[in-house]
Design a protein around this ligand. Structure first.
Ligand SMILES: Cc1cc2nc3c(=O)[nH]c(=O)nc-3n(C[C@H](O)[C@H](O)[C@H](O)COP(=O)(O)OP(=O)(O)OC[C@H]3O[C@@H](n4cnc5c(N)ncnc54)[C@H](O)[C@@H]3O)c2cc1C
Length: 437
């Protein structure tokens, strides 16, 4: 570490992503000596998000951030497309209420956003140190007492360490708080930024200016029927295009992230949206998919785990950033309480988990969807057979030819029953309801 940095702090935060910066900002605001250690050259350089940032949870940590933060467009329309190889069944919801001040959500780019949040944390008094890898957590018996960084004289000490390392957290495994991740505990995501003139974006997506933005999530053929999603989000002068899929299924299907993205870009429903665009950055990252069933232990003596490191992601509702920010803030509030009482035991730090449960819907929502990913994975017809059936049925009914409509209807019924029995469909529905209600 730099020699002018003391090696004793009130709180050490590992990782300057959304969770870490929220934790550091909150601790520093309360007057705690706080250091954030980030391995990237700057906050945000290692981080990837689609991304949609939800205003209200974010404002709990950074009030009125939208007034000066580098957000892209307010999201006024959200679409879901079920793709087959040559068709799309589209559902969209647009509401001017989403544009009210403040809007419900913004599209964002992490490099800019994380820098803004890091600046806020620094203004509150936190020390943000980049280009430094935390290699190890230091312990004294059962107590976490600091971290070892990959630098000379790199041992730092604090009675509370907040692990905000993001997905695939090495340190939680080192502490025995999490077991090794399996392939289906994470999804692999690849994203490309495609630069386009703002006017072109607005014409293509039916937006009346840069105060309006849209998101489209795509399923089915978009991920070759694998559990996952593809997305198109509008930024001010670019489009975020990406596709994510379960790592275990991609390995089985021998698909690389790059192949999946190229395939998506060529899809007849997607190509016109990005036509003429200039390819900017290409990024790959992982998203935690294990959910409630694979959450690590969230606290121990002198330690708490937040954000993606704690598996706090709700893939179905595309919520991860808000969970990261709120969990970081609640861990910080618990660290402040621990300092007030001079007690850093697991008993006091367990209040972090209680806060997550009582003060946010995070744990309740993750619990509700704890079997959803397994349900979709174990019912492959949902993202392959069913989209094809709906598309063929729609095509048949909307295609005007010499066949009477009643005959078309019977042909559709026969086609459906050839593909899936009534009993099979009933069980798919019952299993789905069981896994999500
Ligand atoms: C492609 C993609 C699209 C997404 N889209 C959305 C979306 O639209 N909406 C949404 O809400 N969520 C979305 N998410 C999820 C969201 O991005 C994450 O849930 C959120 O970023 C988690 O924040 P975090 O701070 O926990 O982790 P991260 O943001 O990953 O930050 C972790 C930080 O820790 C650093 N680090 C790791 N290990 C160490 C170490 N040992 N020493 C020092 N530093 C370390 C990393 O460099 C990184 O900066 C998306 C995720 C991906 C990958």
């Amino acid at each position: 570490m730099a020699t002018d940095v003391s090696n004793k702090f009130d709180v050490i935060v590992v990782g300057a992503g959304l969770a870490g910066l929220a934790a550091a900002h909150t601790c520093a605001q309360a007057g705690l000596e706080t250091i954030v250690i980030e391995r990237g050259t700057k906050p945000g350089t290692k981080n990837v998000m689609g991304g949609v940032l939800y205003t209200r949870p974010t404002a709990k940590v950074f009030p009125e951030f939208w007034k000066d933060a580098p957000v892209e467009r307010p999201v006024i329309e959200q679409g879901a497309w079920l793709l087959t190889s040559d068709s799309a069944i589209k559902l969209a919801y647009r509401s001017q209420r989403f544009a009210d001040d403040p809007p419900n959500a913004f599209t964002v780019l992490r490099v800019k956003l994380d820098k803004y949040f890091a600046d806020q944390a620094e203004k509150s008094g936190a020390l943000v140190i980049c280009e430094t890898l935390v290699e190890e957590v230091l312990t004294d018996g059962d107590n976490v007492i600091g971290v070892r960084c990959g630098r000379a004289e790199g041992d730092l000490y604090a009675p509370v360490v907040i692990i905000a390392e993001g997905v695939n957290s090495e340190l939680t495994r080192q502490l025995g708080m999490q077991t090794d991740l399996k392939l289906d505990d994470t999804a692999s995501v690849v994203k490309e930024l495609i630069r386009l003139d703002p006017k072109v974006i607005e014409d293509r997506f039916n937006l009346s200016g840069e105060h309006e933005g849209t998101t489209i999530e795509m399923y089915g053929d978009a991920t070759l029927g694998m559990l996952g999603t593809a997305f198109v989000y509008t930024n001010k002068d670019s489009i975020s295009l990406g596709v994510g899929f379960l790592l275990s299924q991609a390995v089985e299907a021998a698909q690389t992230p790059y192949d999946m993205l190229q395939r998506l870009k060529q899809h007849s429903m997607v190509a016109p949206l990005i036509e003429g665009g200039e390819t900017g950055e290409y990024m790959t990252h992982m998203i935690p998919e294990g959910g409630y069933n694979r959450m690590p232990q969230l606290f121990g003596h002198g330690v708490m785990v937040v954000g993606d490191a704690a598996m706090l992601v709700n893939g179905i509702h595309r919520e991860g950033s808000n969970y990261a920010l709120l969990s970081g803030q609640l861990a910080a509030e618990t660290a402040i309480e621990a300092h007030e009482n001079g007690d850093f035991s697991g008993k006091t730090l367990s209040h972090y988990r209680a806060r997550l449960l009582d003060e946010t819907p995070i744990l309740r929502d993750l619990r509700k969807y704890r079997n959803a990913a397994h349900y979709v994975e174990s019912h492959p017809a949902l993202l392959s057979t069913y989209p094809d059936l709906v598309s063929d049925a729609m095509y048949e009914m909307l295609n005007v030819d010499d066949v009477p409509k009643r005959q078309k209807q019977w042909e559709i019924v026969r086609m459906v029953l050839r593909a899936r029995s009534l009993v099979g469909m009933a069980w798919d529905g019952i299993d789905g309801a069981r896994s999500m209600l």
